[in-house]
Design a protein around this ligand. Structure first.
Ligand SMILES: [Zn+2]
Length: 366
């Protein structure tokens, strides 16, 4: 399997997600949109001459604005990219958020200095030595107070940047307990829909000791590891607590926090322990990538409705639409179905792939 391809499919889908701002609201009255906010995930533009990367960003953001996008979530692997793009985004009238890969952290130095920060599976194997699926599946444990501190520091550094509207969390979850149907098929990974110790996390010392304090039981020796409700809830709460801490951190700086999550509340909890309906967030973006689920485009409406109803108005919900899976006509349909099901707007994956043909169909729906 090509590692790079594999990792791609689990982020919002890339290279390796309300507080409507005054900027966004000011647009609504003038461009005729239906009180919606639309977003795009964007990644660094390809430019053969780095000296002209500013021109490439300007072209991309000018086009996105023209194509109904209010806010861009920019992949931020190095904070310096924000210094380059923020002034251009401001000029183009696009709100900019830093999109970060949160817990999938295959950083050699961190693994060497802090192996205890990383998740351990139900067989007692650390993802540092024996990662699941591919070599780079090295994930930080959200229960570990040192990891929480590390994540807060990352987010605080971003929040100190003037003009940045917010922080967007991707990979804010456990490794996949079970893969989506398309990924099992495409990468020939035989897997049923049961919980197996090899893919079940996290049994690190911190998780074991925290759970033992709560329940009196060591999860590593529990006979019903896969089905024990208290143990399941512990993992949900572990991610929820981290997100909530980051929310408070971000809000102290007057910025907003959003996240990219799995397509429905049920699939998110079952596959990656994301109980995002309970998270403190300003905006939530679901990755409703129907092809990964072997579903028709129409499933986007079902999945959107499930999320919108579960949130019950608590957080604005945006349907993440995968342009690589949609023809221009299908993007029109997916947009229409998302809004019909109650989404507050859509998020394009990716803004870099957007074009006039797509806009022709999307424009009719927003
Ligand atoms: Zn752990």
């Amino acid at each position: 399997m090509r590692k790079r391809d594999f990792l791609k499919i689990f982020s919002v889908g890339t290279v390796s997600a309300i507080a409507l701002s005054s900027v966004a609201w000011s647009c609504l009255g003038t461009d005729g949109k239906k009180g919606l906010k639309n977003w795009a995930w964007i990644h660094p533009v390809e430019s053969s001459d780095p000296a002209h990367s500013g021109d490439a960003w300007k072209k991309l953001l000018t086009n996105l604005k023209k194509w109904g996008i209010d806010s861009a979530l920019i992949l931020t692997q190095n904070n310096s990219i924000l210094g380059e793009v923020l002034p251009i985004a401001k000029e183009c009238g696009i709100e900019l958020h830093a999109w970060i890969i949160a817990l999938n952290w295959p950083d050699k130095t961190t693994m060497k200095e802090h192996p205890s920060w990383y998740v351990v599976n139900g067989k007692g194997e650390s993802c540092v030595d024996k990662p699941a699926y591919v070599d780079d599946y090295n994930w930080l444990c959200p229960s570990n107070p040192e990891v929480i501190g590390f994540m807060k520091k990352r987010v605080q550094e971003l929040c100190s940047i003037d003009g940045l509207a917010g922080v967007h969390l991707d990979y804010i979850r456990y490794p996949d307990v079970v893969l989506a149907p398309e990924h099992k098929a495409k990468y020939n990974i035989p897997q049923d829909d049961l919980v197996h110790p090899q893919f079940d996390y996290c049994y690190c010392d911190v998780c074991r000791s925290q759970f033992k304090k709560l329940s009196g039981t060591d999860p590593l020796t529990m006979p019903d590891q896969a089905t024990n409700d208290a143990w399941l809830n512990f993992r949900f709460d572990s991610v929820t607590n981290l997100v909530n801490e980051l929310y408070d951190t971000v809000h102290k700086s007057g910025k907003v926090l959003s996240a990219a999550v799995f397509p429905t509340p049920y699939l998110s909890k079952f596959r990656v322990r994301q109980d995002w309906v309970k998270w403190k967030l300003d905006d939530v973006m679901t990755m409703i990538y129907h092809r990964y689920e072997h579903k028709p485009v129409e499933w986007i409406e079902t999945a959107t409705r499930e999320g919108v109803e579960a949130l019950a108005g608590k957080i604005p919900y945006y349907s993440g639409l995968h342009l690589f899976h949609l023809t221009p006509k299908e993007l029109g349909l997916a947009t229409k179905l998302s809004l019909k099901a109650g989404a507050s707007g859509i998020v394009l994956f990716s803004g870099n792939r957007m074009n006039e043909d797509y806009w022709k169909y999307m424009e009719k729906e927003i």
